[in-house]
Design a protein around this ligand. Structure first.
Ligand code: HEC
Ligand code: HEC
Length: 197
């Protein structure tokens, strides 16, 4: 009895240690490379790069794995090439734990168009409401990306990439949605999404 109790403590101590190890490893990788573009807190102060703060851990890990395997193409292929699976998850958890920030919305009327589309879709062209998958507040789910607070430019670029087939790692869901969106709708959605908290 006594032996199994102490064994239990040894095992939990080891797993606490390895959790601390993996978050330490994630911090190391971020300060070596990721911070250059995404910021040490995932804040990505340059609008060219996506914000990762508050992004869902499993979604981040999946994207890193897709980049590593070449299923999603771009700058990130090289960055993810030597990451181990545990490191991808640790990086996901690192960024998921950082506080997300919303942008200030300048054009409120235009953003209202985006808000309408986000919550209701477009029944005339058959676009589904974004909230049905990305959530009422844009925070996504465990596996689905958070959109709230993302840079406008990145959102528009991704919608275009889904539309023209440059980004194909979503099993076609976003392709069918983006192919029905006009440029005006993409811009309005991006405006609204960037200001969501
Ligand atoms: C040289 C700049 C650069 C560096 C360094 C960099 N990234 Fe990226 N990252 C990008 C760009 C640009 C994108 C947008 C996708 C694309 O167009 O390639 C991106 C996209 C991502 C995405 C997908 C985000 C989403 O919402 O789908 C994740 C996750 C990510 N990067 C994680 C990382 C991690 C982790 C590191 C460090 C190991 C890192 N990045 C280093 C430029 C960079
Ligand atoms: C049926 C579910 C579904 C609906 C509805 C949906 N999405 Fe998505 N969306 C997804 C999935 C799944 C992904 C992640 C793809 C992947 O894993 O690579 C995604 C990814 C995205 C991304 C990329 C995020 C990133 O961080 O790179 C954007 C932008 C996006 N969706 C915008 C929208 C908008 C705008 C709408 C409404 C017009 C919408 N989505 C409706 C399922 C959906």
């Amino acid at each position: 009895m006594l032996r199994s109790v102490s064994l239990f403590f040894v095992i939990s101590f080891v797993s606490v240690l390895s959790m601390a190890d993996s978050s330490e490893r994630a911090r190391e990788i971020v300060t070596e490379r990721c911070y250059l573009c995404h910021g040490a807190e995932g804040e990505a102060s340059s609008a060219i790069y996506p914000r990762l703060a508050g992004q869902n851990a499993k979604y981040i890990a999946k994207q890193l794995s897709d980049f590593k395997q070449g299923l999603r193409k771009g700058t990130m292929n090289e960055m993810a090439a030597d990451l181990a699976e545990e490191e991808m998850l640790a990086l996901g958890e690192y960024f998921a734990s950082k506080p997300p920030q919303a942008h200030r919305v300048r054009d409120k009327e235009f953003s209202a168009v985006g808000s309408y589309l986000y919550h209701n879709g477009n029944q005339f062209s058959g676009v589904a409401a974004c909230k049905s998958c990305h959530g009422e507040s844009g925070s996504g789910t465990e596996q689905l990306p958070r959109l709230a607070g993302q840079h406008k430019r990145y959102v528009v670029e991704q919608l275009q990439a889904f539309n023209n087939g440059a980004r194909t790692n979503d099993h076609a869901i976003m392709h069918s949605i983006a192919s029905k969106l006009t440029e005006f709708e993409m811009q309005a959605l991006a405006q609204y999404i960037s200001g969501m908290e």
